[in-house]
Ligand binder design. Sequence first.
Ligand SMILES: [Zn+2]
Ligand SMILES: [Zn+2]
Length: 404
Amino acid sequence: MKPRTIPAFLTGVVFTFGIMILLGAGGTVKSPTGTAPDRYAYYPGTEELAKDEIRLIACGTGLPAARRDQAATCFLAEVGNGDKFLFDVGTGSMANVAALMIPYDFLDKVFLTHLHTDHWGDLATLWAGGWTAGRTKPLRVWGPNGATPDMGTAYAVEHFLKAYNWDGKTRDFVLSAEPGKISVKEFDYKAVNAVVYQENDVTIRSVPAIHAGDGPVSFILEYAGLKVVIGGDTFPNKWYIEHAANADLAIHETFLTPADLVRLYGQSPAQAIGVGTQIHTSPQAFGKVMSTIKPRHAVGYHFFNEQATHDDILRGVLQTYTGPLSLAVDNMVWNITKEKITERMIVSPDQAWAVNGPNRPPKPPAPGSVPDPISDFIKAGRWKPAEKAQASMVNSFKKEHGLD
Ligand SMILES: [Zn+2]
Ligand SMILES: [Zn+2]
């Protein structure tokens, strides 16, 4: 679990823009039975967040094509007042979110930068998985409108629920329908630095992005005098430059180099130069963005991060930016306070179970109140020897739990 993304000259304690950045391990082990005080690792659920602190976790940093060690875009922001915000929930990312063992009731707020599957494909997993694993209330989704109604977030979520109609109707019969609902707050994708969320001392604003079509945005989260910018897919744009300036943590995509898009992603040179430098942000352009807005810490993502691609991208970035930098992989975590920003890797179980929150699950529907989705024809096909084989186990379980 070594952080692969810090250039050698940035490891340890460095001073940049007059601010101390702490990266990696350190301290002193004071006795043979003692513990190491500072570690590279963050173990989820073991550290209380300070009131004036933000914990930002990369739960997906990859691409639309699947890769086991990198899901598609998803960032989780946890702020010191207890609120948590998912920014995008790209395909595959919920496995990383689930490994944090955060009760699903605390994961009810989702902000979508745009509607490519690598940014919202795992909404299905959060929606249905969370419903079965303890969420007691509807999901809340914020996202941009589009140039026409059918290109906006409200349309997308409405038709998402239609596509998953069978899933929803069959769960409604055995679970409360309430956690299976999704409320959508759609906002104007053209609005510049407009407030899209303001509750409990947290403000989230959006700025337009330039990517593939009208609609995409980036988000700016402000809390406790700290500013974290979550950049969605974009070619570098004037709105990000103006409103992400002086961020504490600035996340912005940096795409694979055109050469690597040809070599590794099988793209034609014509496609690679278009995708890598017009629809997305090249490493050199990413560096120029960061050396212009001067964040306390810069984060680049949205590429399959392996030694070769990492080094190619880093070389490009260093042509235009030499400040504090993470080239993100999944399960990288940043703790952000006024005093310091740390980057660590998460150590979490592959086999995490969901953990209940303080709220009791809502009651399942009363018998007869929801149409039975299984017909008598199908019920009549139940194989009797199976009932017989499990009868003793079923009876003792019912007795133990006082069921009829
Ligand atoms: Zn996209
Ligand atoms: Zn994307």
